[in-house]
Design a protein around this ligand. Structure first.
Ligand SMILES: [Zn+2]
Length: 531
């Protein structure tokens, strides 16, 4: 089995992505995770760029990495400069990493128009820089920038660059598709044409501008590349880099190639979501293998097959990549989906009264605009109601909200709420910018003295969707709320023509879900009856 080296550039090329930024601490945390899953090389950054970038390398030395080698990234020496006086070379040495990744120009147009130097000087810059770093004990990985475009325009020159890097002692020649414009057939063709007498193996580095980065990397491996570069979740400049979260399982589960990740593949979904969390980017649900939807089944018939023989419906077992199967609720759901959902409350069969009444309710509600696939906590309330396992948290008497704005004062909302909870009449008041915030504040004001658990619940996401855009301002809206108690999170839904009422429904479902599932079961301890 041929071994493929996996090289991660999440912390360098990945940081070029729109909206992606990592602090020094973030970078160290990600490094540990990458090491833990068995990535071979972790490119830590460009030490010459800033003090923060340079500081990463000294801090990373303190990490106890089990497997990965850290690489510092930089360019070849400047035209006309001496290698031992070049700031790029000095910054790379100062990073004190065992490996460095150097980037040099492989496209002759870039040499003349960007570097503004001669083709010969560019070759000398590459040769000198690699040789200099190798002579100081470094392993040098050489990235040939715009290799594929260079090759297509002036094959002879691009091959000279390749030979220069090989002769200077580079340990790996990485062919980069820097603008991401290549197709997989070109990759196969070009790699098969490369000379056989090079002293170092090939690597590949693709960007996703044609949606081909993963396919191109696989084509690269099939054509002999043994080193592959990419980023977690595929984030990077423009459309992104090659997505390691897709490529790695493709390689491990669908081919016979071996990687350092083979024995840790079940950590992949966690890695993907961890990096998303740190980057503060909502993970793409539809991402292959690691996305939340990757093993979700909606249609009733599909869910039926899944219950009988998952392998007939899924290309791999979700647990192989650390993901999980999700049966989604919808009006398409068959009885078997409902029975599965009910299983935590007992055994039910297809002819059970509860199952058919829940299907009817689900259909009615979905017609009215509710969607439970992303609001399992609201569905749980429906189930509890149908099983008589539901204890209401409160009974609303009324709420009253007033928004005002004047020429000088920006908009503000004040509100009051009157309700009953456990036989007590309670009043709450709140102030906020908008009505939903105010209603939430007034409700918390009313409930918290009697139910201390409310303090632990916070809202992490609030989404509104207009359901009947043709009805303009009178359209129905659907509100989704995600809540958390800082150890678990749950989702609820509300639908109404009035956005405040839709939000109210979703907030109440959230509190009642928590109350019924975690407070009452825990002995109702958080109800302070003395107040
Ligand atoms: Zn790149």
């Amino acid at each position: 089995m041929k071994r493929i080296t996996i090289y991660d550039t999440t912390l360098r090329d990945g940081m070029q992505g729109v909206g992606v930024n990592y602090s020094l601490r973030d970078k160290l945390l990600i490094t540990e995770k990458l090491d833990d899953i068995g990535i071979d090389y972790i490119e830590g950054g460009f030490p010459l760029a800033s003090d923060k970038e340079a500081a990463f390398f000294s801090e990373a030395q303190k990490l106890r990495l089990k497997h990965a080698r850290i690489c510092a990234f930089g360019s070849t020496r400047k035209p006309g400069k001496k290698t031992d006086q070049d700031p790029h070379m000095q910054a790379l040495l100062a990073a004190e990493t065992p490996s460095v990744t150097l980037v040099g120009k492989a496209w002759i147009d870039h040499v003349s128009q960007v570097l503004e130097t001669t083709p010969e000087e560019n070759l000398a810059m590459i040769f000198d820089s690699i040789q200099y770093l190798v002579s100081r004990g470094k392993e040098v990985i050489f990235d040939l920038e715009h290799f594929f475009d260079g090759y297509k325009q002036n094959k002879a020159y691009t091959l000279e660059v390749l030979q220069a890097a090989s002769q200077a002692g580079s340990s790996c020649l990485v062919l980069c598709d820097t603008n991401g414009g290549c197709l997989f057939n070109e990759v196969t063709e070009i790699l098969h044409e490369l000379p056989q007498d090079l002293a170092a193996p090939f690597g590949v580095h693709f960007h996703d501008d044609t949606g081909m980065a993963v396919a191109n990397s696989l084509a690269g491996v099939l054509a002999g590349a043994t080193h592959v570069q990419g980023t977690v979740n595929g984030w990077g400049e423009r459309c992104g880099n090659m997505n390691l979260c897709t490529f790695i399982p493709d390689l491990v589960l669908k081919t016979t190639y071996k990687t350092g990740v083979n024995n840790h593949l079940e950590k992949l979904t966690t890695l993907s979501r961890f990096v998303a969390e740190i980057a503060n980017i909502i993970p793409d649900k539809r991402q292959p293998y690691v996305g939340e939807a990757a093993f979700s089944h909606k249609a009733g018939q599909h869910a039926d097959v899944i219950a009988k023989a998952p392998s007939l419906m899924e290309h791999i077992d979700a647990s192989q990549v650390g993901n999980r199967r999700k049966i989604i609720l919808s009006e398409l759901a068959g009885k078997s989906t409902i029975i599965k959902k009910l299983s935590r409350y007992g055994r039910f069969d297809k002819d059970s009264q509860v199952v058919s009444s829940l299907i009817t309710t689900l259909k009615e509600r979905e017609t009215a605009g509710y969607e439970y696939e992303a609001a399992e906590a609201s569905f749980d309330i429906l189930v509890r109601k149908s099983l008589d396992l539901y204890t209401p948290l409160l009974e609303l008497n009324n709420y009253h909200l007033e928004s005002y704005k004047t020429w000088e004062i920006p908009s503000k909302t004040i509100g009051r709420i009157f309700l009953q909870s456990h036989g007590k009449q309670i009043m709450g008041a709140g102030v906020g910018i908008g009505p939903v915030e105010t209603l939430d504040a007034a409700l918390r004001d009313a409930l918290t003295p009697f139910h201390s658990f409310i303090k632990n619940i916070s809202l992490t996401d609030y989404k509104v969707r207009v359901l009947e855009p043709e009805r303009a301002a009178a359209a129905k809206v659907r509100v989704f709320i995600t809540s958390t108690d800082h150890t678990r999170s749950w989702d609820t839904v509300g639908v109404n023509q009035n956005i405040i009422e839709a939000s109210w429904e979703a907030i109440i479902d959230s509190f009642e879900y928590y109350y019924n599932n975690f407070v009452l079961i825990g002995g109702d301890q958080s109800i302070n009856q003395d107040k």
